[in-house]
Design a protein around this ligand. Sequence first.
Ligand SMILES: *Cc1c(COP(=O)(O)O)cnc(C)c1O
Length: 371
Amino acid sequence: MSDFIPLSIPNLSENELDYVIDAIKSGWISTSGGRIAEFEKKLARYLKVDKISAIQSGTAGLHLAMLLADVRNGDEVIVPTLTFIAAVNPVKYVGAEPIFMDCDNYLCLDVVKVAEFCEKECDFIDNQLINRSTKKHIKAIVAVHIFGNMVDMHMLTKLAYKYDLKIIEDATEALGSYYRETGEFAGTIGDFGIYSFNGNKIITTGGGGAITARDSKMVDRAQYLANQAKDDDIAFVHREIGYNYRITNLQAVIGIAQLEQLEKFIAIKEQNYDLYRAAGLNLLNFQGNIRSNKWFYSLVTDRKDELIKSLKENSIQSRPIWKLIHTLEPYKKCQSYKIEKAIEFWEKIVNIPCGIGLVEKDIRRIIGVIA
Ligand SMILES: *Cc1c(COP(=O)(O)O)cnc(C)c1O
């Protein structure tokens, strides 16, 4: 039996352990401790934003973004169907309803179709985009940057401006991706940007996330809500309902060590992707106008199930892309608009190993099995 090749596992081989030991020795392991602010500062510098708040998860960040975008009970939010469910559930957390959209050739939200939907299926009355079929106010769009690609933010920004919509960028899979021309990073273009440091993401803190916003006052608000909406440390005064969405110092130090490695990780992702491509594997392209973090590789095949099975028999982990959210139990009664491409991709894509730890020998073995 050959060695098991996982889809993607964390690489914690540099300063992670030392920093964790230091944190434990210092006693600062919980939600206070100076290294949280240090992590935030370093992350903000990398992303070229004024401010970012590190929090407990990407999902928590998306929930905070819904609250800050003033999405409420009875509102609607445009979301992609091809994504991880955590991008959609926060719409429901605040009592709103999602409207599901198709994807483009890079698996990201199809902005052309979103524009068509706004144009043909909605009315713009008193600065509010009203869904004609439900009479509800569409307040925001969740733009998920799938697998390291980017939603067409240029077009989306124009559309959001035209219809007064807030853009919530789910950049949980795209930390490090940016537009080559402008240098703008995924997650820093819309009204809100969310990152995740879950174990499977390009960098990890075990679990964790971050939220940034175009208006840095919104980042302060996010931090406030994430910290139980506490106004006063001594008297415990709270003016509103908050959440415990804070990151811990112990997670932050892992984040600092991981951030030191991020560019190296991306270079390895690129190299491995190129090795697969050079062997003739039919991997989906990443967009040419962005420097992608190349987080996940998508193999296009007509024999998905067969391929997953034979990879498994050879101790190689792979997986299909997510079952489309508009077909899942909690969402199947929701509105969806002309979903076509996402169905095609769902039928044909297998994600193959893309971990930082892959060596050329593994890649040759994977290529051999696929061939
Ligand atoms: C991972 C992920 C999330 C959630 O991040 P967590 O930190 O695990 O809560 C949200 N959206 C997408 C697209 C993701 O891949």
